[in-house]
Write a protein that binds this ligand. Structure first.
Ligand code: ADP
Ligand code: MG
Length: 456
């Protein structure tokens, strides 16, 4: 149980205490059971899950016998998450986009942070206000190298500091690398800090431990991500780490991670394959599993030693903090004319900006291709040809006119046109008397509004 000092810890002034703390304060006679939190709690307990999905009538769910947090209402009373058993068995949250996973994580962190240090792993930067609410420091992964993240995670464990790791604005493989470095820091603490228990809430976990690599180059990174998250789950228990991880599809998340999960919460699913896999985890036959298709956002089947002995449908209670990742309401496009739109976009300025910044020839294939071009004997003539063609674009001209205009040998012009043709920078034809050339569509798009129609 918490001592009184922790009951009155400082949190976001807008949300002085969580609902669980409020309930304990009321029970202890410390405050009246009124105010927005009490009203919210009453509203939450009034809403039971959809009647057609309600679990079979049965005995009321047992009262929790250790530290636990209320998750929401079932047909058999309030469902609690037992935090000691969560440490032993971790928890997987799965449901398609919009099932209510992020909100469930939010609710869980709001309620759990009074009992253990919480870490929020946030690939989409959705939880910053939650971090403020629980007094967690936000670390932007873009600002720290992997070694720095490892050190920060270890220090946070040592000092029992809640953290919010913002993994947004990173390339997919960088995100995996940095999350893995952070997890490694959580695991690699001296034995005397194992008692500093942490709950690690990971949203969109398939981004950090994907089942498949996007490309052969990513395979190494993926292996690192999967190995570290599997470690976090399997070796975390003895080190005082409770991972709770959310994912959209079981098929996207590495199976070695899924198989570590003894507690599951499965929400709305739409694809047959997902329904079958989710049903398997719950021990549902295909008839019963199809109920997953009809769940509403915030409804989950919960099952496992930290939750309940039989799969039970629960409606997750509302959160105290505002959910940031909510789907926005539909808004019609602005009522402006095409001319006004052009002005708002400032298209002319954009065209100029592109022209100033971009090289004359595209550098497809990177620096290697640029090097190859620069070493070509006809490179200098090629650049002059592009400048000349650009002046008359979108018109074409003959190789003979180009030779005259540039004061170059016809052979040199042919060589340069061959080079430009092979790079796709000009449209031209094989060498010959009637050879003509014009700037390729790709370069024409970069713009020329010249009125010149021919070379002199
Ligand atoms: N417990 C809940 N009670 C009521 N509505 C919910 C609940 N959880 C989610 N929702 C609704 O579903 C929407 C999507 O939830 P979200 O957590 O973002 O889904 P996911 O992370 O699974 O994509 C929320 O904006 C909210 O409107
Ligand atoms: Mg989400």
């Amino acid at each position: 149980m918490m001592d009184d000092a922790r009951l009155f810890r400082r949190t976001d002034p807008d949300f002085p205490v969580t609902r669980a703390v409020q309930q304990r304060l009321v029970a202890a006679g410390r405050v009246e059971g009124e105010g927005p939190l009490a009203v919210r709690a009453a509203a939450a307990s009034a809403g039971t899950p959809q009647a057609e999905h309600a679990t079979m009538p049965g005995p009321a769910l047992p009262e929790p016998d250790g530290p636990s947090i209320p998750l929401g209402e079932t047909g058999r009373g309030t469902l609690h998450l037992d935090l000691n058993r969560l440490l032993a068995g971790r928890c997987l949250i799965q449901g398609s986009s919009g099932a209510g996973k992020s909100m469930l994580l939010r609710h869980l962190v709001e309620e759990a942070h009074d009992y253990l240090t919480t870490m929020i792993i946030d690939p989409e930067n959705e939880f910053e206000n939650l971090a403020r609410h629980i007094g967690a420091a936000t670390i932007r992964a873009t600002e720290l190298a992997p070694d720095g993240l490892t050190a920060a995670a270890s220090r946070a464990r040592q000092h029992r500091l809640p953290l919010h790791l913002d993994l947004s604005d990173l390339e997919p493989d960088e995100r995996i690398n940095k999350a893995a470095a952070f997890f490694a820091g959580l695991l690699a603490v001296p034995r005397e800090h194992f008692a500093n228990t942490v709950l690690v809430a990971v949203d969109e976990a398939h981004l950090l431990a994907p089942h498949l690599a996007a490309s052969a180059r990513d395979a190494e990174t993926r292996r690192l991500g999967v190995a570290t998250m599997t470690d976090l789950c399997s070796r975390g228990r003895k080190r005082g780490i409770s991972p709770v991880i959310a994912t959209q599809r079981l098929a996207k998340l590495a199976s070695s991670v899924v198989s570590e999960m003894h507690n599951v919460m499965l929400g709305l699913n739409v694809f047959d394959r997902d329904i079958t896999r989710a049903g398997d985890l719950l021990g549902f036959g295909s008839d019963r599993a199809s109920a997953l298709r009809d769940l509403r956002p915030g409804e989950f089947y919960a099952f496992g030693p930290a939750l309940c002995k039989l799969p039970t449908l629960v409606r997750i209670a509302p959160t105290v903090t505002r959910h940031v990742g909510a789907t926005p309401d539909l808004v019609a496009s602005a009522d402006v004319t095409p001319d006004e739109a052009r002005g708002l976009l400032d298209l002319d300025a954009l065209r100029d900006a592109g022209r100033a910044a971009s090289p004359v020839l595209p550098v497809r294939g990177g620096l290697r291709a640029l090097d190859g071009f620069l070493l070509e004997p006809h490179a200098a003539d090629a650049v002059r040809i592009v400048a000349a063609l650009r002046a008359i674009s979108p018109n074409a001209t003959t190789a003979a006119d180009l030779a005259r205009h540039l004061g170059a040998e016809t052979d040199a012009i042919h060589g340069a046109l061959d080079l430009l043709g092979s790079a796709g920078a000009v449209d031209t034809m094989p060498r010959g008397e009637a050879r003509i050339a014009r700037l390729s569509a790709r370069l024409r798009l970069r713009g020329s509004d010249a009125n010149v129609v021919g070379l002199v």
